[in-house]
Design a protein around this ligand. Structure first.
Ligand code: DX5
Ligand code: ZN
Length: 233
């Protein structure tokens, strides 16, 4: 980890879950010019870069892997939020650590020993994230909430960008927030899927503070305006 990277990671630890964090999802970028797209999102005010890794098995799509993340890491200092939508996150974990991930999020629905994988992410020096699909109740994540820095509540069925936001997930977010307060925990609550200035207010109201936004940022007329509008929504 470079000095700057370390400072950014430390800053993330120190962020409270009342700070709003906007993480554009690279999945919606123009893949023929990835480096320019990363620079464009940094200039536009992105706090983190959300990197969606898909294996064609856990979800019905294939995106990119550690080599692309390493290339982004080599030339940028932005905080790398890596969302693993893969069946065996435990097997591939070291490659994403090596690639320069700052935060690694794994799914409760994947085939692994969740507790062990979360411990390994922490031991590798990365921030620890746990994701739950729309169909999974919060109860599946409860045993692990004291181990994580971030809970990702999916607001679409994962696999593709550009889907519609599922408002019906908001009670699960409110439940997670209440549980966090009752148990004096301190994880961020991230939402992913269908976020834009019109849907972000619902997510904030329920208790989310980290917003992943793909199509609504990369495909906006002006990315900086789009990010600001989501942050201030
Ligand atoms: C969906 C991915 C999302 C996706 C979001 O499987 O996890 O991060 O890129 O895209 P939008 O913001 O377009 O819904
Ligand atoms: Zn994602």
């Amino acid at each position: 980890m470079t000095g700057i990277k370390f400072a950014i990671a430390t800053e993330m630890i120190n962020r409270t879950f009342t700070d709003r964090v906007i993480a554009p999802s690279l999945l919606a970028a123009d893949f023929s010019r990835i480096q320019e797209e990363v620079s464009r999102s940094i200039k536009a005010g992105a706090d983190w870069l959300h990197l969606d890794v898909m294996d064609g098995h856990f979800v019905d799509n294939i995106s990119f892997g550690p080599a692309i993340i390493a290339a982004i890491h080599a030339t940028n200092d932005i905080f790398l939020d890596v969302h693993l939508m893969i069946s065996r996150p435990d097997h591939y974990l070291p490659r994403f650590v090596e690639a320069g991930a700052d935060l690694i999020t794994v799914h409760v629905e994947a085939e692994h020993n969740i507790s062990e994988t979360l411990d390994r992410i922490r031991e590798a020096g990365c921030q620890v994230g746990l994701a739950i699909n729309p169909a999974s109740p919060l109860s599946e994540a409860l045993p692990y909430l004291d181990k994580i820095d971030l809970l990702l509540c999916m607001t679409v069925v994962p696999g593709f960008g550009g889907q519609s936001f599922m408002s019906e997930i908001m009670p699960k977010i409110a439940e997670a927030k209440a549980y966090r307060e009752q148990h004096d925990l301190s994880f961020h609550i991230q939402v992913d899927g269908g976020l834009k200035k019109e849907t972000a207010p619902e997510a904030y109201a329920a208790g989310a503070n980290v917003i992943v936004a793909g199509s609504s940022t990369y495909q906006a007329e002006d990315m900086a305006t789009a990010i600001t509008e989501i942050r201030e929504a």
